[in-house]
Design a protein around this ligand. Structure first.
Ligand code: ADP
Length: 619
């Protein structure tokens, strides 16, 4: 794998992971994760426990028992309002829909109480068909200072986290009951709308148009919930109404299965909250002015992409445990980001960064482990083999060097007879030539494969080359009683480097001898086709299996049987042979069966150059 294709594969893996994380965040699973994170943060960082700005005047079981049921509430509510007025609450919101005419006398009494100070908001319900409002009947609607909607907006999982401050049905729009109670408490005549929110007197509510004027509810700390006062208690002991002074009063039914709807909230833990308390929570949120603001989706997306980029960079630059540790750190940062922002009253959609971070972390770490580690293993194995080969090469060089050293010492130290001196001189000459040839061949092949050396071109007789190789290998073969036959028509020739071609052929033939048991036969043959010359070396040796065959041309590779055979080797020979053959525009192939022998076949282009006379070449 080249450096750049590796980089592309890495970028594609990380990009794919980031995309997968993003897509997952847009599924219902992502939505649910956002909700859970939001609820968790709301519980972890509740508003401080303090006295509520609203009070719930609760029509509870006791009130219902005393008044005679849900249908007989108008009289006690009217009486209670009259008592409350004396204690000057900031505003009153009645969360009971007075949409039916009943007893006129009772209606008049209640309407009078509604009309007097403080200003009172009445609930208007959205009709079930969504086509209009179920408003309070007369005389209530004229007595009320305002009408407000009491429509909660539970999320997909049934939990109420937000309400819409404005709700339209038919041609009429109503502000939320809690918002109207807030406006009246603030003595504001109007609610002004802008792009970014609502202006009520000097209070600004960040409920932008683009988010449907939603308000994220900041429910009171469960340790100090919105205060409740039983309506029956007020009737029995009017002084109990002292609690409402300067606060907004929300009148509503607090009986499970009563008129009101109960909804789950992030603080519910299985116990739902009455609609009136949710409306009072709207007021509470507005009165405290501690608003939660959602982070823009584009910012969240940018953060997720930035995170993906950081992971990509991290796993590219760092390695080993450092990469994993830094990845885990970044993952932890991604996980704590929503909490950090929540403390600044910002709601960050956690799913995008969470899924992108985990997908990138897991992919980056696996990629790192699988690819980088594999590269490391390969290079370690190569280094290992290289060291062995260097060891072998130096060992091979030691033999001629020792001979040269010993012989030269003999000549310099002792006065030897002339014929002995000549004999030693020839030995030194032969061994130094062998050494020089060894070095020359290694260097030539290295330079050839690096493209630094141009191949020498001459007409080379194939039979000359093969006969020379067989002659050189014979002493080796004789020692193992291996018969070597050679059949090469004298007219075959190729254009190339005589010395390198001889090296290649000698290598194939000497390998055949090295890796064959005693008393077998080796057959060296050359023949021609119209445009190619083929040279085959066939033995009856140990052979190789297919997995070994795939590797024998790699540098420094030696098959297990070769290592066990006791024959010396570097694993460089065949790599060099292949390089030489390729440089001659040829190819090499092998057939082999374990225990049956091998056949190496070299195919070279037919030569076109004129063959020089033998004597001239050797001169
Ligand atoms: P070396 O002979 O120095 O080990 P080579 O590159 O010449 O290195 O050969 C690589 C390996 O290929 C050898 O170690 C041996 O395992 C295998 N091999 C080469 N020729 C033969 C053969 N004729 N028969 C069996 N195995 C062979």
């Amino acid at each position: 794998m080249s450096r750049y294709s590796g980089l592309w594969a890495y970028a594609a893996a990380l990009g794919g992971a980031a995309l997968f994380g993003l897509l997952l965040s847009f599924t219902p699973i992502g939505g649910q994760l956002d909700y859970w994170t939001y609820d968790l943060l709301l519980r972890l960082f509740p508003p401080p426990a303090r006295q509520s700005s609203a009070v719930i005047l609760a029509i509870d079981e006791r009130t219902l028992a005393a008044s005679g049921g849900l249908m007989n509430l108008r009289r006690p509510v009217g009486e209670a309002l009259q008592i409350l007025e004396r204690y000057e609450p900031a505003s009153i919101a009645i969360d009971i829909v007075l949409s039916e005419r009943r007893d006129d006398a009772e209606n008049e009494a209640l309407a009078r109480a509604i009309a007097t100070e403080p200003p009172t908001v009445l609930a208007a319900n959205l009709r079930a068909d969504g086509q209009g409002w179920e408003n309070p009947v007369e005389p209530f609607s004229s007595a009320a200072a305002a009408l407000g909607h009491v429509h909660a907006e539970p999320d997909a999982d049934g939990v109420c986290r937000r309400i819409l401050l404005a709700k339209a049905a038919g041609r009429e729009r109503r502000w939320a009951l809690g918002l109207e109670a807030f406006r009246l408490a603030r003595d504001a005549t109007d609610i002004l709308q802008t792009e970014d929110g609502l202006q009520v007197g000097d209070a600004f509510i960040p409920a932008p148009y683009r988010r449907d004027q939603e308000l994220l509810l900041r429910y009171a700390n469960p340790a100090s919930p919105i205060e409740r006062l039983s309506l029956q208690t007020v009737l029995e002991d009017p002084s109990a109404a002292e609690a409402v002074r300067g606060r907004a009063v929300f009148v509503g039914v607090l009986v499970l299965g009563g008129l009101d709807r109960y909804l789950m909230t992030p603080y519910s833990f299985g116990e739902p909250m009455a609609g009136v308390e949710i409306n009072a929570s709207v007021y509470e949120t507005l009165a405290r002015g501690e608003f939660l603001r959602p982070v823009a989706p584009s910012t969240a997306l940018a953060a997720a992409l930035l995170l993906a980029g950081a992971f990509a960079l991290l796993f590219r630059r760092l390695s080993g445990w450092r990469a994993v540790a830094a990845g885990a750190g970044l993952l932890a940062l991604a996980q704590t980001l929503p909490a950090l922002l929540f403390q600044q009253d910002l709601v960050f959609p956690a799913a995008q960064t969470t899924f992108v971070a985990w997908a990138c972390f897991l992919t980056g770490a696996s990629y790192h482990y699988l690819v980088v580690r594999r590269q490391l293993e390969v290079s370690e194995a190569q280094t290992n083999r290289y060291q062995k080969a260097v060891h072998y090469v130096t060992h091979e060089m030691r033999t001629p060097l020792t001979a040269i050293q010993g012989s030269s010492e003999l000549i310099s130290r002792f006065s030897l007879p002339e014929d002995k001196q000549r004999q030693i001189g020839e030995l030194i000459h032969k061994e130094s030539q062998r050494l020089a040839r060894m070095v020359e061949i290694f260097l030539s092949v290295e330079r050839l494969s690096a493209g630094q050396l141009e191949l020498r071109r001459e007409a080379v007789s194939v039979s000359d080359v093969l006969e020379e190789c067989v002659r050189r290998v014979r002493p080796l073969a004789d020692r193992k009683r291996i018969a070597v036959s050679c059949e090469a028509p004298p007219h075959l020739r190729v254009d190339g480097d005589h010395e390198l071609l001889e090296y290649a052929c000698y290598n194939l033939i000497s390998n055949a001898v090295k890796y064959s048991p005693a008393e077998t036969a080796i057959d060296v043959r050359a023949w021609s086709s119209p445009d190619r010359i083929l040279i085959a070396v066939r033995d009856q040796g140990y052979g190789m299996d297919s997995s070994e065959l795939r590797k024998i041309f790699q540098r420094f590779y030696r098959a297990r049987t070769a290592q066990q055979s006791g024959e010396n080797g570097s694993g460089l020979g065949l790599a060099i042979v292949e390089e030489i053959v390729i440089q001659h525009q040829g190819s090499i192939s092998v057939e082999s069966q374990p225990g049956e022998g091998s056949c190496f076949t070299v195919s070279l282009p037919r030569g076109v150059l004129e063959l020089e006379p033998k004597a001239a070449r050797h001169a």
